[in-house]
Ligand binder design. Structure first.
Ligand code: ATP
Length: 194
């Protein structure tokens, strides 16, 4: 059997417990052998650019996932042309690792919008999707060609987002329940988002 790798991309500004929990669900599915967390410098779909440096977001990711041996942090998007279209990253990695089978990993809420992604049909030509379930999400608008290439994995989502953490840190509200301790220390020591 080939090596199976899940690709999970994001800005991770900052990484939080919701990301860690969804990563664990992808690993627990046993559909993949490893999960590569892709740190994106400039995501195509986000209006605001990240003000936190790439290196600081990377430092936070590394401490957050240090205890999960099947999770690897991947920085390839930093050396590819921007913005970081997923199709470009997937094609690049497939060329670099021809013996690996890649799965693109998403939350179920993102799946509902996947048909609006640029080149989504090309992504489906390159790999299958691994989608972490989110109760209550409807797939009425999800095309059959997408659903036929989707593996669902069981997951209980945590109601946490990076944008909420940034605004809480700005207001000096505690973020310690939403991020690992080492990430909270970086945010506090570097006075991120304040
Ligand atoms: P922001 O609030 O700045 O938009 P975010 O919290 O959504 O950020 P991203 O770095 O944009 O974080 O997300 C990376 C990936 O993690 C995306 O696929 C996103 O859908 C997923 N994700 C984000 N928050 C959660 C969560 N609480 N549970 C599961 N998946 C999540």
């Amino acid at each position: 059997m080939t090596h199976r790798v899940g690709l999970f991309g994001g800005t991770f500004d900052p990484v939080h417990n919701g990301h860690i929990s969804i990563a664990q669900s992808f690993i627990d599915s046993s559909i993949i052998d490893e999960l590569w967390v892709l740190l994106t410098p400039f995501p195509p779909h986000k209006q605001e650019k990240s003000t936190t440096s790439y290196q600081t977001r990377l430092d936070m990711l590394e401490v957050a996932f240090s205890g999960m041996e099947k999770v690897k942090i991947n920085t390839v998007e930093n050396s590819l042309p921007k913005p970081s279209y997923s199709i470009q990253t997937i094609r690049h990695l497939k060329k670099e690792y021809p013996d690996t089978t890649f799965f693109y990993c998403l939350g179920e809420d993102s799946l509902a919008k996947f048909h609006t992604w640029k080149f989504y049909d090309k992504i489906l030509e390159e790999c299958e999707l691994l989608v972490a379930q989110r109760p209550g999400v409807s797939h009425d608008e999800t095309e059959d060609d997408i659903l036929s290439q989707t593996h669902f994995v069981s997951h209980t989502p945590l109601d946490i987002s990076s944008s909420d953490i940034r605004s809480e840190a700005k207001k000096k509200t505690s973020i310690r329940e939403e991020v690992p301790e080492e990430v909270a220390l970086i945010i506090e020591n570097e006075q991120l988002y304040s």
